[in-house]
Design a protein around this ligand. Sequence first.
Ligand code: GDP
Length: 443
Amino acid sequence: MFDALADRLESAWKSLRGQDKISETNIQDALREVRRALLEADVNLQVVKTFIEEVRQRALGAEVVAGVRPDQQFIKIVYDELVAVMGESNIPLAQASQAPTVILMAGLQGAGKTTATAKLALHLRKENRTTLLVATDIYRPAAIDQLLTLGKQINVPVFELGTEVNPVEIARQGIAKGRELGVDTVIVDTAGRLQIDADMMAELGDIKKAVTPDEVLLVVDAMTGQEAANLTQAFHEQIGITGAILTKMDGDTRGGAALSVRQISGQPIKFIGVGEKVEALQPFYPDRLASRILGMGDVLTLVEKAQEEVDLADAENMTRKILEAQFDFNDFLKQTRLLKNMGSLGGIMKLIPGMGKISNEQLEQGESQLKRAESMINSMTREERQNPQLLASSPSRKKRVAQGSGHQLEDVAKLVSDFQRMRSMMQQMGQGGMPGMPGLGGL
Ligand code: GDP
């Protein structure tokens, strides 16, 4: 899900890559991309504006951590802000001090309200909470049947009075029934309409007054995008919701709804529906969704790891060496070990946006190449490590290293020439030139 948004943001990072500071100028492109990405993902305009402003403030005030590129730092800020907008942490369902807890389900027809009602009952059972489901949609006999069928399927009782009794009365009697049965929670399913409708809202308001629910959960179809914002606003203003369930997150949906619901109502998304089956309900974790929207594993971890491992003086020293083409095999070893301390190469690559698409095979190749290089470097003398040119010009030295490390002469020759090429390329990039451009290299 949310691939479109992830791809959009990917190009935003690119414009920051290679910059050494986050500034008002170089952040413009990235912010514009984020804005466009969110708008394309159907996030409400007002929500986008607030979001962008917040990100700008935080990015400009941010200290760029040593060893972390500004684009990574920026991603973390966007990520943190996404998490903040969608709610800091997973907020569990309310529970009344005196049973039964009453949950009122609201939403448009087709959003997945009835399915979500059954899903919730099943979820609560896992927490050893018993439920009674109440069917109040007297306008669609099929809706009552649907709830009865689902109840049977998950072995949860369903209370209904057919289609001739007023929904408010059904709800009231349903709660009484729940008390009588001694269930922990009563979930009241209500009638939806194809669009927001004054009668529906009035009826919902009356039911709410009659049963004083502990939770009013708005069921939102995540596929509705921009509409989710208006929907949330209408229900929240007229009824007052305490949370939301985003359904159909398994579909080809964009991220807009998740951002809008929380920002507009101030109420948390509590669960997501990820399929038609009754088991397909998951608690909502804003941090997971934020990572998902950004299309990466966990930037936070990357930045924190870099903070732990990299010391500023060291990083500056390394930069100077790169610029002067003094980067040697010792530095190479040091960097390799640093990478290792941060975890496997594969693990780190996954944390870097845009690197997620590297295949496992490529990663394994990379890791084994690093290992081979390390073993060859270990067989070099101190002078050779400091001055790769010594090896480049001496077949006998290369032969000794090959024998010492158990590799072929060609392997050592390749390592040395690759290293020299890399060193000159790094120098050119460090000076702002393009790799491969003649006349810029130090070698
Ligand atoms: P209601 O009118 O709001 O009560 O909606 P229903 O519960 O009847 O659901 C409408 C349709 O959406 C049904 O076909 C459900 O199977 C489907 N549905 C509900 N939740 C999900 C979900 O999380 N994922 C998918 N893929 N389909 C869902």
